[in-house]
Ligand binder design. Structure first.
Ligand SMILES: Nc1ncnc2c1ncn2[C@@H]1O[C@H](COP(=O)(O)OP(=O)(O)OP(=O)(O)O)[C@@H](O)[C@H]1O
Ligand SMILES: [Mg+2]
Length: 582
């Protein structure tokens, strides 16, 4: 019952369509029953009493009944389709916008393939359910009831005999339903795996080719699709077995009725017309009964996807704050901030205390995996600190609205993320209504203008998925232009110039320096030459701030920073000298 209630709650918003469709379905059921009803006059009056007037009326009535069935079926199908397609559309939209509200931690735990599968496959499974189930549930039960009514009216005793076998059928169908639910759950997991697999392998096709793993990957894929095939065949067996049981039970009932009714006719206890009418009704009633059995199985099958979809919809989103944070006027402060990623056990940051005044340029350096990107991730609240707090002008950023907080940051991420759209659209991503002039100015500032105008369609060039049609350095310059156009008070540059050649790097560096004036900036860089001019340098190691000060101070101190610095410069000189054989 619970499943039925859930499904009806799902279609509730579309009730006018569904109700009209169901009403049309009921008319079809009534017309079906009237066919059985007419079998008696056809037999008794036309064939046996040879009534000529009825011979005209009856075929006419039959034609009208068939025509009516056609028209009402059309209405019913049309309205049901429209309700279910609407449901699917709204469900997909809801899932997508909901998923974008989820915290970053959720995406760390759930693969994008899994999310895609929920939005596409699970929703499709529900759509099928809706079309075949809600519609048929009413139509078939009404048909069955109407036909049973006709049968009871004609011969109540025979009818009762013929339906004594039904409880047996219902019991076995109920048991099959439970099995179906388990199978469906596994099938849904398999299709999710397929989506995940495809998503990942197309994104990584270059590596598949580079390591000559094509046939291995194809083999892995075959394994998953074979398992999916198996689950589907299991589901088919169960649902067709239910149909088989209904056939067998139906056959048993009808055989018995014919034998018993035949005896009644032979002994003159019943007219042939009564018997034909009754028999037509019983014959017709087994089809809806069979459908009802399959509907029950179908509903069990739809339960797992429904649960997955509802679970995602019920997932708690990022909690928006209430305070409208004004643009930074004093400082950003970390107070004893520790952090561990939701999907990881150990801490990525330990007890960070840091105060950055407005306009200051802070460089963060240190070994790979030291927590630099993590520190930057906490500023726009992609994650909340596990301990401690971060405040801007004394306001805890966890109480600020996302719009007012994130609106203050311009971010150039370590992995450049661009969309498959035109260059202009990508640069203007943060400022949709931007004028062409502004876009060009931002591109010039990021030293991207020259390469853009050389492209065949200039600023209108579509750059492919994740900007694939551009070189790494070009992509990086676009992402810098995007941040420049946004013109934010706080900048986060995570390895922003790492993919550029030395000449472009120097130019972009200059552009960034212009940009940094009057802005609070966090620069993360491995190449220490690029951070020498920062007001303050933080050396981050294993999630702790090991050293902090200007380049001169830290160098003079002779600690970790000096070692890093010296190492880099000596490494640069020796990096490509051929190793000498001993
Ligand atoms: N999304 C994530 N989920 C779980 N753990 C993560 C995640 N991102 C990073 N980590 C872990 O947190 C630690 C710090 O990573 P972080 O990306 O901050 O390093 P980094 O200093 O930026 O390094 P790099 O210089 O290589 O970019 C690493 O040990 C890493 O394994
Ligand atoms: Mg990093």
């Amino acid at each position: 019952m619970e499943e039925y209630r859930k499904i009806f709650r799902l279609v509730l918003p579309y009730w006018p369509r569904v109700v009209i469709a169901i009403a049309a379905g009921l008319v079809v059921s009534g017309l079906n029953a009237s066919l059985a009803w007419l079998a008696k006059p056809a037999m008794d009056d036309v064939l046996i009493k040879k009534d000529a007037r009825l011979l005209i009326l009856l075929p006419l009535a039959l034609f009208l009944i068939f025509l009516g069935r056609g028209i009402f079926t059309y209405c019913q199908e049309y309205l049901m389709q429209s309700a279910s397609q609407k449901l699917v559309m709204h469900l997909r939209n809801g899932l997508y916008s909901r998923s974008l509200e989820l915290p970053m931690g959720y995406f760390g735990k759930n693969s994008s393939g899994e999310m895609i599968s929920k939005v596409i496959n699970d929703v499709t499974a529900l759509q099928n359910l809706l079309i075949y189930t809600v519609k048929d549930l009413f139509k078939e039960s009404a048909t069955a009831l109407a036909l049973l009514g006709v049968a009871l009216w004609r011969r109540w005793d025979l009818t009762l005999i013929s339906i004594t076998v039904l409880p047996l059928a219902l019991y076995s169908v109920g048991t099959l339903g439970k099995r179906m639910r388990r199978i469906s759950k596994r099938a849904q997991e398999k299709i999710s795996l397929i989506t995940e697999f495809l998503n990942e392998s197309y994104a990584g096709v270059k590596i598949i080719k580079a390591f000559c793993r094509q046939s291995a990957e194809a083999g892995r894929f075959e394994e998953i699709t074979r398992e999916y095939y198996r689950e589907n065949m299991r589901a088919t067996r169960v649902s067709q077995f239910a149909a088989l049981i209904m056939e067998a039970v139906g056959g048993l009932g009808i055989a018995f009725v014919i034998w018993y009714g035949g005896r009644l006719i032979i002994s003159g206890a019943m007219t042939a017309g009564d018997f034909t009418s009754f028999l037509t009704a019983i014959f017709l009633v087994y089809t809806p009964a069979k459908r009802l059995a399959q509907i029950n199985i179908g509903i069990q099958q739809a339960r797992p996807p429904l649960e997955r979809v509802q679970k995602l919809l019920a997932e708690e989103g990022e909690k928006d704050g209430a305070v409208d944070l004004p643009p930074i006027s004093r400082d950003i402060e970390f107070t004893d901030v520790s952090f561990s990623y939701p999907s990881a056990g150990q801490k990525a940051l330990h007890g960070i205390d840091l105060k950055v005044s407005k306009g200051e340029i802070v460089a963060i350096v240190g070994k790979s995996g030291g927590g630099k990107t993590t520190l930057a991730n906490l500023l726009p609240r992609f994650y909340l600190p596990t301990e401690g707090r971060i405040s801007i002008d004394g306001v805890d950023i966890s109480s600020a609205t996302f719009a007012s907080l994130r609106g203050q940051f311009g971010i150039v991420t370590q992995e450049v993320i661009l969309f498959n759209d035109s260059i202009a659209a990508n640069i203007a991503y943060a400022k949709p209504g931007a004028e062409q002039k502004e876009i060009v100015a931002a591109a010039r500032a990021a030293y991207a203008h020259d390469f853009i105008v050389e492209l065949p369609q200039g600023y209108e060039t579509v750059i492919g998925e994740r900007g694939m049609r551009l070189s790494g350095g070009q992509r990086q310059r676009l992402s810098i232009a995007r941040a420049i156009l946004k013109n934010p008070p706080i900048l986060i540059l995570d390895e922003a110039t790492s993919s550029l050649d030395t000449a472009s790097e120097m130019m972009v560096q200059k552009a960034l320096e212009n940009l940094m004036s009057n802005r609070t900036t966090f620069v993360i860089a491995h190449r220490l030459s690029t951070v020498k001019k920062a007001d303050r340098i933080l050396v981050l190691d294993k999630g702790r701030i090991e050293e902090s000060g200007s380049h001169e101070e830290l160098y003079a101190k002779g600690g970790r920073y000096k070692r890093l610095y010296d190492l880099q410069f000596s490494a640069q000189e020796t990096a490509w000298t051929r190793p000498v054989a001993e």
